[in-house]
Write a protein that binds this ligand. Structure first.
Ligand SMILES: NC(=O)c1ccc[n+]([C@@H]2O[C@H](COP(=O)([O-])OP(=O)(O)OC[C@H]3O[C@@H](n4cnc5c(N)ncnc54)[C@H](O)[C@@H]3O)[C@@H](O)[C@H]2O)c1
Length: 401
């Protein structure tokens, strides 16, 4: 059985690594640099080791390719391409459209198409299937299914094997074949009645996180005026063994999913005339945290940050990954520069970002901690500047929340 996986990023490469244990895998990606480095045995994704890729290549189970023809004889084609927002924050399906084109124009036989990219309910039925059919020179009776990805890069306790996986096909045959495929490497498969349920569930999972993060971020402000320590209060609340789930405050939400997916749900709702008030408000609260952090810093130092040297500690969107997509650091840095501060950033995991390089940790007048990786100790951070503001709750002795 041959599996082609379109997109070799966080999702696609992770699936390649797991399915490569059982099938012959072609990892198709338009980015030739990624393809070359994968074929030389180098992974660019946390959680997928170089040794895993090298081993699969040696066994003849994996090859990366930018040649569309290499997917033509696959039995299963998985779509794992980005689903971002456009500049005016609308769902952007251009990568899915391009993946559909690759499938439509190149398949030499019928296959099972599985979408793992996150999108709004109806994407498989109303967009992917008709788009592939539109691009197919020869009509093919492909099967279609969805299995939204739940990978959490950098996480070691949950992976493809032990994370329950939702799935559903457009036909019973598609559902059955999808089950057979994932059952090779996933212990817990959860079949739902329609692809739309799987698509909606994925969006709701991330919306649940977005809304709860916004709630805890709002609570940061409330705790501050009440004079209670936010982390101690949250730890106290989380001793309740039921009905409470702890979320941690931050300078905003980042990553490909949480700042983006809820908007896919909101727009689907609004298109049907249903307001998505919680989702919209949560976005606003989370995006407002950058400004709030600076207000707190200026209140502490008793004046403006104008002319001050400021180092941002950690620009990745979460600890121990090098991923800067939608990172809250972007807004914080933008607003600091707008206020006239001289801003550098320190993040040796990210190392290069927006044509800037990671700067030394020490030497600025102000350090603002946005993400704390394990490669740096609280003491090093505390000693990095005369004034340290911590948004992560991991630097005892620092100002912050
Ligand atoms: N990263 C996560 O933690 C995560 C978790 C769950 C779901 N998802 C969803 O999975 C999807 C993929 O996300 P990701 O994080 O893997 O993205 P990514 O940016 O890490 O990787 C996407 C890859 O697709 C390639 N690509 C883009 N268009 C292509 C095309 N037409 N043909 C071939 N390759 C193409 C890019 O070069 C890139 O290497 C998104 O819908 C995302 O929302 C991501």
């Amino acid at each position: 059985m041959k599996v082609a996986i379109i997109g070799q990023g966080y999702v696609g490469l992770t699936i390649s690594a797991f399915s490569g244990q059982f099938f012959e895998v072609v990892g198709f990606d338009k980015n030739t640099e990624i393809v070359e480095s994968l074929n030389s045995g180098q992974s660019h994704i946390e959680g997928v080791g170089d040794d895993v890729i090298s081993h699969l290549i040696k066994m003849g189970r994996y090859i990366a390719s930018s040649n569309e023809k290499d997917i033509s004889d696959a039995d299963i084609v998985i779509i794992a391409v980005p689903t971002p927002l456009t500049a005016d924050r609308q769902p952007d399906l251009k990568f899915i459209d391009a993946a559909c084109r690759t499938i439509g124009e190149n398949m030499s036989k019928s296959c099972l198409v599985i979408n793992e990219s996150t999108s709004f309910p109806g994407t498989l039925r109303k967009f992917i299937k008709p788009t592939i059919e539109k691009y197919s020179k020869v009509p093919r009776a492909h099967l279609y299914a969805i299995s939204p990805e739940r990978v959490d890069p950098g996480r070691s306790d949950y992976n493809q094997k032990n994370t329950p996986r939702l799935f559903s096909g457009l036909t019973p045959e598609a559902t059955q074949k999808t089950r057979e495929f994932y059952s090779k490497f996933c212990d817990d498969l959860v079949e739902v009645s329609t692809p739309e349920v799987a698509e909606a569930a994925k969006l709701f999972e991330n919306t649940f996180r977005q809304v709860n993060i916004a709630l805890v971020n709002e609570f940061v402000k409330i705790a501050n005026v009440l004079g209670v320590n936010v982390h101690e209060t949250l730890n106290a609340a989380s001793t309740k063994p039921y009905g409470f789930m702890k979320f941690t405050p931050s300078a905003g939400v980042g990553g490909h999913c949480i700042p983006v997916d809820p908007t896919y749900l909101a727009i689907s709702a609004e298109e049907h005339g249903v307001p998505a008030s919680f989702i919209r408000l949560a976005n606003e609260v989370n995006r407002g945290m950058a400004e709030y952090v600076l207000q707190r810093v200026e209140a502490d130092i008793g004046g403006s940050v104008k002319g001050k040297s400021v180092v941002i500690v950690g620009v990745a969107y979460k600890p121990n990954v090098a991923d800067t997509r939608e990172t809250a650091a972007e807004l914080v840095i933008q607003q600091l520069r707008f206020r006239g501060a001289n801003v550098t950033w320190h993040d040796d995991l990210v190392s290069e970002w927006k044509n800037e390089s990671s700067s030394p940790l020490h030497g600025a007048e102000i350090a603002i901690v946005l993400t704390k990786h394990d490669d740096i100790s609280p003491r090093q951070i505390l000693e990095s500047a005369p004034y340290v503001f911590d948004t992560t709750g991991s630097v005892p002795g620092a100002h912050g929340f």
